[in-house]
Ligand binder design. Structure first.
Ligand code: ZN
Length: 367
């Protein structure tokens, strides 16, 4: 092991104190009247083994015994300040450079001894599916490619229109009239040639269409919104039958909504509906009224707001797949208010044992 103070965490020596980190609430202060801890930290450059560090510190401060020095290294490691520089990466130099800031970011979440490169490897090896490459989907796709997902399946059926360009950043006006999904493939291959974007130009018309698209992948991001009355149920049935985690989101005027689910754990959309009926006896009437309303919703969405939701969805997917942090929205419908950037939980649910979709054993070979 070669302990190295993480390059992403700044530290300052101030009088007889060491301040570690800058962020409010995260910064730590260590008293260091003799300067021994400062000296120890300077030795944590990733070039020395622990025994070499002990020897180096004892040469300068002979009164400190080796147990105390090892204890100091252990405390810094437990605080999340250290990484093991002897861990080598299987990634080639191109990949290390392209995703350098990703890997630095992941190092914020790794413990001493963890391999931060494995997180990038996990991303590049994980096949992921995306339903919809419209307003949210184009931005989600960019984020996935930027993160380094190299195997993405994407589906859409629309053609590009002039009114898309206030928020659909993937396309250009010369593409008007062309298929979104084909132009998405062209543009993403220019942005990140490592991405194998497997495209399907199709309108979803059944749960089986969802299954055909998502099987073989490990997570689904759904931002498709058509057909309005069916898409959530069809996608839900598809992910339950394939037993895949899903992140789902949309933009509605000044707010964005999103939820995520792991069928074997959180239950599914049907569980949510059934649970909501149990705690709110008006729920069924409300759903029926919404389904019967004669109202065609027009998009009211600006790109900066779409970007907030797209980023949030991909962050939730990242957390589910890599486990660097706990997802915010598992089993919960969450809302972000674009006007004040606050988030709140709209509703939450628990898995219903008698759910007709996920309650009788998920992934039960129906696919
Ligand atoms: Zn369910």
């Amino acid at each position: 092991m070669k302990p190295k103070f993480k390059e992403t965490i700044p530290y300052f020596f101030l009088n007889n104190e060491i301040q570690i980190g800058e962020e409010e609430g995260l910064a730590g202060i260590i008293s260091d009247p003799t300067g021994s801890i400062s000296y120890l930290i300077k030795q944590l450059d990733g070039k020395r083994t622990i025994s070499e560090i002990v020897e180096e510190v004892q040469n300068k401060f002979p009164s400190i015994n080796s147990d105390e020095i090892i204890e100091g290294i252990t405390v810094l490691g437990n605080e999340g300040y250290l990484e093991d520089n002897s861990i080598e990466s299987n990634l080639d130099s191109y990949t290390l450079e392209r995703y350098k800031a990703n890997i630095n970011y992941f190092s914020l979440f790794t413990k001493f001894g963890d391999n931060k490169y494995k997180i990038q490897e996990r991303i590049s090896e994980t096949p992921i599916s995306l339903l919809g490459v419209g307003g949210l989907g184009t931005q989600v796709l960019y984020h996935l490619a930027a993160l380094g997902f190299h195997n993405i399946k994407a589906l859409d059926f629309d053609n590009i229109e002039l009114s898309n360009f206030n928020r659909q950043l993937l396309y250009s006006e010369a593409d008007i009239g062309n298929s979104k999904i084909e132009m998405a493939k062209k543009r993403i291959s220019q942005f990140n040639p490592n991405v194998n974007l497997d495209i399907t130009n199709k309108k979803i018309e059944s749960p089986q269409d969802v299954i055909d698209h998502i099987k073989g992948t490990e997570l689904v991001i759904c931002v498709a919104d058509k057909p309005t009355l069916h898409i959530a149920n069809w996608v839900n049935e598809g992910v339950v039958k394939c037993n895949l985690p899903m992140v789902y989101g949309g933009v509605l005027n000044t707010r964005g909504r999103f939820f995520s689910m792991i069928p074997s754990d959180t239950g599914c959309v049907q569980c949510h509906i059934d649970y909501a009926k149990q705690i709110n006896d008006k729920q069924e009437d409300q759903l029926n009224a919404m389904n019967n309303m004669e109202f065609t919703r027009n998009n009211a969405a600006i790109s900066p707001n779409v970007a907030i939701v797209a980023g949030t969805l991909v962050n939730e997917a990242l957390k589910i797949l890599t486990k660097i942090e706990k997802p915010l929205s598992l089993g919960k419908v969450m809302e972000v208010d674009f006007l004040n950037l606050g988030t709140n939980t709209v509703s939450s649910w628990i898995k219903q044992p008698d759910c007709p979709l996920c309650g009788q054993g998920v992934g039960s070979g129906v696919v």
